[in-house]
Design a protein around this ligand. Structure first.
Ligand code: ZN
Length: 232
């Protein structure tokens, strides 16, 4: 089973966030993944690339532009973000934990996906550890609070601060020009039947995959085919 974003589905993008029992479904498109290191590196998939060759390269975001290609990231508490351009059909998948969000992996991925205007971009923020469960050290909280809206870091007297990574991801996406941001607010740690969780299960926790496939661009022909019918 995989969760889907209503908006990405409406725009015709094959995508999903797998849940605990699920591997990514047998996709028509070829699925590319990289070796994730909690950084801000972006890997661009080129025509003719082979998934096995890219799997060993270090990157936390992948961009694809060729029909027949899909990109994916593995997560177990970190935030999976899927990006899609409704006009070009190009896509990106981003692995964004607190380190990646601080390192700027989202603006790096957005810059690679769409250097110019970003009005056609859609972002879907997948399941991740919620503010209910994501306690951090106070120095981490201080760094994450810098330049963030007040809802990102929560602090009660005598307790460790907690962080809303999804709210931080959404804030960064909107700040960098993405007009449509959807968010799944299901906590991975609170839902053991649905999700793996590093915080709950430890280093042997399994991983979920967020994936999205390149779609054909929308052009005048496409719009005509949808909007008009010809009478004989
Ligand atoms: Zn929780």
């Amino acid at each position: 089973m995989a969760l889907m974003s209503p908006r990405l589905r409406a725009e015709g993008f094959v995508h999903g966030f797998t849940t605990r029992p699920g591997d990514p479904p047998a996709l028509g498109p070829t699925l590319f993944q990289a070796s994730q290191v909690h950084g801000s590196g972006v890997l661009e998939v080129r025509p003719g690339d082979h998934p096995q060759a890219l799997r060993g390269l270090e990157a936390d975001a992948l961009v694809a532009r060729s029909p027949g290609h899909a990109v994916g990231v593995r997560v177990a508490d970190c935030v999976p973000v899927l990006l899609a351009d409704r006009e070009t059909g190009h896509v990106a998948a981003v692995h964004a934990g607190w380190r990646g969000l601080l390192a700027g992996v989202l603006p790096a991925a957005l810059g690679a996906l769409a250097g110019g205007p970003r009005g056609a971009l859609v972002a879907s923020v997948g399941p991740h550890i919620g503010p209910c469960c994501f306690e951090v050290a106070s120095e981490v909280a201080t760094r994450l609070a810098e330049g963030s809206p007040p809802a990102v870091v929560w602090k009660r007297d005598g307790e460790r601060p907690t962080v809303d990574l999804g709210a931080l991801a959404e804030h960064q996406l909107r700040t960098h020009g993405v007009p449509l941001v959807e968010r799944v607010n299901l906590c991975t740690r609170c839902h053991p039947a649905l999700f793996f969780s590093y915080r709950r299960d430890g280093p042997l926790a399994g991983r979920m995959v967020g994936f999205v496939a390149v779609r054909a661009p929308t052009g005048p022909d496409h719009a005509n085919a949808r909007g008009w019918s010809r009478t004989p």
